[in-house]
Structures are given as C-alpha cells and as structure tokens.
Design a protein around this ligand. Structure first.
Ligand code: 3NM
Length: 552
C-alpha cells in the first residue's frame, strides 16, 4: 500500500558546500526531522552512485524512525536499491511511466512541473504529487527553466481544480523556489485557486524548501519556526469571510448594517486609531484633515524605516501609488511587511495603475510584497488589479479598459469583477464610481451615496482610503462592515456639504465636507442617529457570471 503522505513541510536536501558547508548531511536532516519536516527528498547531483546509496540508506533509517517518507531525486536505481518510499522526477529525468514500471504501484512518484501542459501530462502519467516551480528566483538552483511566480502556480492549481477527473482535483501539490520564513505565510495564502463552486477550490498542499532549512544556523529551530508559521493563521488574515454573517433577510440586513455603521463610527471616535498614510504629495494635507475630522490620528510618513514602530501602535496603513517612485516602492514594501507582521490593516490605492508600464510593474511588485486587506480603485485601476492578480481579461473588458469617460460596467459587472478578485486575493475589493461596489468575495454591496463634487476635487479618492484604513483598524473583526460604515460616513458627509447654502462649487465644498465629516461623527457620539437611515447600501446576492475574467 502506498503510504499516506503529509506534504506540508517538504525538505529537499543539498550537499553542496554553498548550503551544507562542512556539516554532516545526516546530522542536518536529523535536526530538520526533529524540527518537524513531513517528507524528505534526498537530492544530490554530484556524488557517485555508491555514495548516493550509502547516504540514502542512512537517511532512510533516520526517516523511518520519524515515520517520514524518503524520496530520492532523479535516481530510480538508488530508490530501488534502498527500498525507500519513492522518487522525484524532473522534466529531463526518466519518464513517470518507466519509473512506475520499475517501482510498482506502491511507491510515490513526484514530478516537477512549471506549466499547465506539464501538470496535465504528469497527472495522466500517474504522478502522486506535483512539485510546482520555480516560484521565486533562488540561489540554490540557478539553472531553473522558468520563474513562474504566484500567478503561474495559481494557473496550475486552477487547472487541476477544474478538471472532471478526481485524479486531477485531488492531486497533491507543493511549491518550490525561494520559500523562507519571511514569505511562507503570504505564499500559502496566495497559492489558492478559488472558484464559485466550492468543490473546485484548490489550495497548495505544501512548501518544498532547501536553503531556509539546510543552510540555517540552527536547523531544528529554523524548521520549528517554519512549522509554526505553516500551522498558524497569519496575523494579516482576520476571520475568513465565509464565517462572517451574510444576513439572509433584506430587512434584517438593513437593520444590522445600520447598527454596525453606528458602532464603527463611534469606535473610530473612541479609539482614535492611527491612520498611517504613505500617500502622494498632492493629498497629504487633505488626507490628514479628513483623518482628524472622522476622529482618527493621522501620520503622513513615507519612511519605511519607521513603519515597524508605527505598525505596533495598532492603526491602519494606506499605500497610495499616486506619485510613487522606485525608492518610494522600497519604503512601501518595508511598511507592508511591518503591518502584515502584526496584522494591521492595509489599504492599497493603486492610483493610475495600468496607465503606464512603470505603474503596472509597481502594482505587481506591491501585490507580491504582501497582503492588502482592501484594494480600492476606479474601474480602470481595478482592471489593472485583476491583471496583476493573474486574471486574463476577456476582449470586451480589455476594450472597455482603454475607453475613457463614462462608466464601463453595469452594477452586475462591477459586482462580478470585485467579488472574483476579492475571492482570489482573499481580501476586500472596492470599485469606486457614481455607484461603488465592494466585496469580500462572499458578501457584495453597492453604495450609491456621495456627490458629484467629490469627483471635482483632488484627492477625494485618496482620502477615502485614509478613512477606510482608520475604520478597519478600529473595527477589525468584520472589515467589510467597517469599510461600509467608513464609505457611508464619507459619502453622506459629501451629500450634506454639497447641499449647504455656503457651498458654491468644488472650492467651497472642501472645507464644508471636512466640517460635515466632523459633524456626522459628533452626531453619533451625541446620540443623533437619524442620518444613519440615509444609507443607500444594497446587498447584491445574485451575481451573474459576466465572463469578463478568465483564469487560464
Ligand atoms: N527545484 P530554495 S527550485 C531543488 O524550480 C529546486 O524545480 C526547483 O531552493 C524547481 O528552497 C529548487 O533554497 C531549489 O530556494 C529551491
């Protein structure tokens, strides 16, 4: 019988001086086993067959003591000689079919794949698991054929999840290339291929690691740390949206949301959370005033080196790409890592994303740097986010993306776009416009409050980001509800300001808007709650498949 295998923490050995140094391989692997690796692959591209077999015999004995399977890289003959649990084959090694004939049905055969075609062939040939890579460039293996990144691996997971045959859908997978303690939780969160059909959802099954274990100073400690990261929920992931209430009855939902708006607005006032803005030069002053008006505590710091200290205060961060330069991006990355490490919410505002190659690259860089709790943008910016998330845009959305002026999408199409991206990124996506649509991939709402003046003043979208970061930091339990409350506070204040006698146009609108943000907050603090009834927030329960995005 083939053994049941836990692929979650997969050690690949390396005997080269660059990684092993002068240490003894067997002792290093023993430390890794004590630390909790769940499977070991003996990979040795240099030693002679005799050394390979004698080393593999020792490794097998050790692995058996820890009840962990031993796999041999490439060399079916060595696996046969040792009688260990299986082999791992690269694209240039013996075929899976030949290896199967030699090894029999009870042995494990793994295959390295980098594309959907290779995955398809490996499954059809009877592989037991796929090692998918190369995820990130790595010094450990310089002759990797292709760096496919998160989106390349997602494509393969999507392919497997979508197949009708059980062998594909149940295929075990590990990712390989550049995995270490600093990126493991983000990688396992991102390597997820959701679908509207739950049955067709696939998560990567494990991480295959060489240097982060083999080259560690204290191998056991490093392995234990990786194991802890693997088995604990990352700080940046709050409650899964599936577990949060999706009120079935419309009336119940309206009441619930009203109460949560009241609560969220009051909580911003009471907690006065830090709203840390790494924003563009144009809006710094306005954003700080908006933060103060809603009761948050603003800091406009673009210096990544102070982000770790600021993140510990418990506030939220806004990354606004408005006037981003390469050194700004390096600062953003430091801040993203710092906030992710403590679970502080981050809002990404990819201003102008898609407009230039530099901005598209910047967006891809930021999305690979960490987890964003909420991504907000106008229609074109959200299309750029879809592309950065690895979706392929259907021709019709592509064409609309270069159109200018009026709204490109219907409400249903917007709901489709934001919910699909949010589900894939496991976060919240907000598409702003005359009608805003927001989703966490499970619950989707439209919001039709606001006023045309918001579109006529510089930085109103950016300051909405400031508001959202503060609201989510103050009420982190259900960030979607917090974001809805923040959007409503912001947009309703704009409605009231626009109606004021003293407001004659966009210039006089700005100070009136800041006043009304403050007044709405004080209404809640002092118990005047009628205005909360004016929310034009609609749940969108049925979202037709608009077919605008493709996964493969
Ligand atoms: N195979 P590290 S990348 C052995 O892409 C191996 O197939 C790869 O090393 C592939 O964990 C790789 O130190 C090396 O980055 C991974």
């Amino acid at each position: 019988m083939k053994p049941q295998v836990d692929y979650s923490l997969y050690l690949v050995t390396d005997s080269t001086p660059a990684i092993l140094g002068t240490r003894d391989l067997i002792e290093v692997v023993e430390q890794a086993l004590l630390g909790g690796v769940t499977i070991v692959q003996y990979r040795d591209k240099t030693n002679d067959t005799g050394v390979l077999i004698s080393t593999a015999i020792q490794l097998h004995k050790l692995c058996q003591q820890h009840e962990v399977p031993l796999i041999i890289n490439d060399r079916v003959d060595v696996a046969l000689a040792v009688g260990c649990e299986g082999v791992h084959l690269g694209q240039d090694d013996m075929s899976i079919a030949s290896a199967r004939r030699l090894l029999g049905d009870d042995k494990i055969i793994g295959a390295t794949v980098s594309s959907v075609e290779q995955a398809k062939t490996a499954v059809e040939s009877g592989a037991d698991y796929l090692g998918i890579g190369t995820l990130y460039a790595t010094a450990t293996k310089k002759n990797t054929k292709e760096i496919i990144g998160i989106n390349g691996i997602r494509k393969i997971l999507y392919y497997l999840a979508r197949q009708e045959d059980k062998a594909s859908r149940d295929m075990q997978t590990v990712c390989i290339g550049g995995v270490n303690a600093s990126n493991l939780q983000l990688i396992t969160c991102q390597l997820y291929a959701p679908s509207t059909k739950e049955a067709y959802t696939k998560h990567v099954g494990g991480v295959a690691i060489v240097s982060a274990i083999m080259a560690a100073k204290d191998v056991q400690k490093a392995t234990k740390n990786l194991k802890m990261l693997l088995t604990s929920s990352p700080p940046f992931r709050g409650q899964a949206p599936e577990a949060l209430p999706w009120r079935q009855l419309e009336l119940e939902e309206v009441d619930y949301l009203k109460a949560s708006r009241w609560n969220a607005t009051l909580t911003v006032h009471n907690k006065s959370p830090l709203s840390h803005n790494m924003t563009n030069l144009v809006v710094q002053n306005f954003a700080a005033s908006v933060a103060l008006a809603i009761g948050a505590s603003p800091i406009m710091s673009n210096n990544g080196d102070e982000a770790a200290d600021l993140a510990k205060i418990g506030g939220g961060l806004v990354i606004n790409m408005g006037t981003a330069t390469p050194d700004a991006l390096a600062n953003h990355q430091k801040a993203i890592i710092a906030y992710n490490a403590v679970g502080g919410p981050i809002v990404l505002d990819p201003v102008g994303a898609g407009a230039t190659t530099a901005r598209r690259d910047a967006l891809a860089f930021l999305m690979a740097s960490g987890y964003f709790d909420l991504i907000k943008g106008n229609e074109r910016e959200i299309l750029a986010v879809a592309r950065a998330s690895g979706f392929i845009l259907e021709d019709s959305s592509q064409q609309r993306g270069v159109d200018s002026g009026k709204s490109l999408f219907t409400i249903d199409e917007k709901a489709y776009l934001v919910s699909r991206i949010a589900r894939r990124e496991q976060n919240i996506v907000l598409m702003t416009g005359a009608v805003d649509v927001i989703s966490d991939g499970h619950r989707t709402y439209s919001i039709s409050n606001g006023d045309k003046y918001l579109g006529m003043v510089t930085g109103s979208g950016c300051t909405l980001g400031t508001t959202l970061a503060a609201y989510m930091a103050a009420s982190p339990k259900d960030k979607l509800d917090a974001a809805l409350a923040g959007i409503f506070h912001f947009e309703y204040a704009a409605e009231i300001a626009a109606r004021r006698q003293d407001v004659k146009g966009p210039g006089t609108f700005v100070p009136a808007f800041i006043d009304e943000l403050y007044h709405r907050r004080m209404d809640v603090v002092e118990g005047r709650l009628d205005w909360l009834d004016n929310a034009k927030i609609q749940p969108i329960h049925e979202i037709p498949d608009a077919g605008l995005l493709k996964e493969l």
